[in-house]
Design a protein around this ligand. Structure first.
Ligand SMILES: NC(=O)c1ccc[n+]([C@@H]2O[C@H](COP(=O)([O-])OP(=O)(O)OC[C@H]3O[C@@H](n4cnc5c(N)ncnc54)[C@H](OP(=O)(O)O)[C@@H]3O)[C@@H](O)[C@H]2O)c1
Length: 300
């Protein structure tokens, strides 16, 4: 058996990132087990009930936890509860199961740049402190669920992911209808910083974290070029050849989307991928225009 070929259990494998990651893993010869709530999955779990198929971890080298209730929806008490519990409950279930293995697998969990809060400006790195807000609290607990692994000396990575750009889902597909109609515009003041990453680069960074066992701890999954919302908006309008004359003031964001809008759409979080920069990682997309062109051509 080739030691470089791993067996990887992926939660959230039906999601935008998980689906692309599983395809990339298989293309590199790794073996993938898709973990889902669906009965047709390789491995099934029920996070609410705290159950996972027996033998889920047998022979697994790396667990990647991406599953979680979508964040981009209006936050009621019920949705906030699901956003939190789907991630933390899922993490606790996985950590508990993998700790029972004689040779526990490595563990990589998704997290978000929201860890740093929603008003932290530019220059944020993996060494920056935890911020304020509901999503920072979610990220803290999501990452914190891996503490028993750290205590046991098992490798774990917290992938703090920025806004993933793709034509297949996520934030861009939500923005495109309005922008295509020429109804897009800056959000709030437009001066807030946005940290983005193309879907192919997000996948390549996760592959690196899976394959390179020297990586552990927090890992910012963003391009090295955060942008203001104004530049992002103008670039998307230019890529679509549409005007972007309809600003959405912060008050309107709050009225339409509530606290989610303030913490996500108006967030000022300019993150640097310091760990990746230190390692000399090469991004495929660092220029937003090239990334938008590739998304609009449905390359990813
Ligand atoms: N996309 C981004 O820009 C971005 C940015 C920062 C962080 N992240 C994080 O990265 C992870 C992957 O992102 P993604 O965009 O690929 O997410 P996604 O497309 O929304 O997929 C997430 C997956 O989680 C599972 N899921 C959904 N609700 C759940 C619930 N209530 N309980 C248990 N499982 C549930 C679903 O899998 P099954 O239906 O198969 O169970 C779903 O396919 C997420 O945790 C997300 O928060 C994403």
């Amino acid at each position: 058996m080739n030691k470089h070929k791993k067996t990887v259990l992926v939660s959230g494998a039906t999601g935008m990132l998980g689906h692309a990651l599983c395809i990339a893993l298989e293309a590199k010869g790794h073996s993938v087990r898709r973990l889902s709530r669906s009965a047709s999955a390789d491995v099934q779990w029920d996070v609410d009930a705290g159950t996972i198929d027996a033998g889920a971890m047998a022979g697994v080298d790396v667990v990647v936890h991406l599953a979680g209730e979508p964040v981009a929806q209006r936050w009621t008490d019920g949705t906030k509860d699901r956003i939190l519990k789907s991630r933390i409950g899922g993490a606790q279930l996985l950590v508990g199961a993998l700790l029972k293995e004689p040779t526990p697998p490595d563990y990589i969990t998704a997290s978000g740049i929201n860890y740093y809060g929603h008003q932290c400006g530019v220059g944020v790195t993996e060494g920056s402190p935890l911020g304020d807000g509901f999503l920072a609290h979610v990220c803290e607990q999501w990452e914190g669920a891996a503490q028993p692994l750290k205590d046991a000396g098992i490798r774990s990575v917290s992938a703090r992911i920025g806004m993933i750009l793709s034509s297949q889902g996520g934030a861009l597909t939500k923005m495109l209808p309005a922008f295509k109609l020429g109804l897009g515009g800056v959000i709030g003041s437009g001066s807030q910083h946005m940290s983005w990453v193309s879907l192919p680069d997000a996948v390549r960074i996760l592959l690196l974290a899976i394959e390179d066992t020297s990586i552990q701890g927090p890992l910012n999954v963003v391009s090295p070029e955060p942008l203001t919302n104004r530049v992002f908006t103008k670039s998307l309008g230019a890529a679509l050849k549409r005007p972007t004359l309809f600003p959405m003031p912060e008050l309107a964001v709050k009225a339409l989307f509530g606290k989610m809008g303030i913490e996500v759409l108006c967030a000022d979080v300019g993150v640097l991928p310091q760990v990746l920069l230190n390692r000399g990682f090469e991004w495929e997309f660092t220029d937003i225009k090239t990334c938008f062109d590739a998304c609009l051509a449905k390359q990813f």
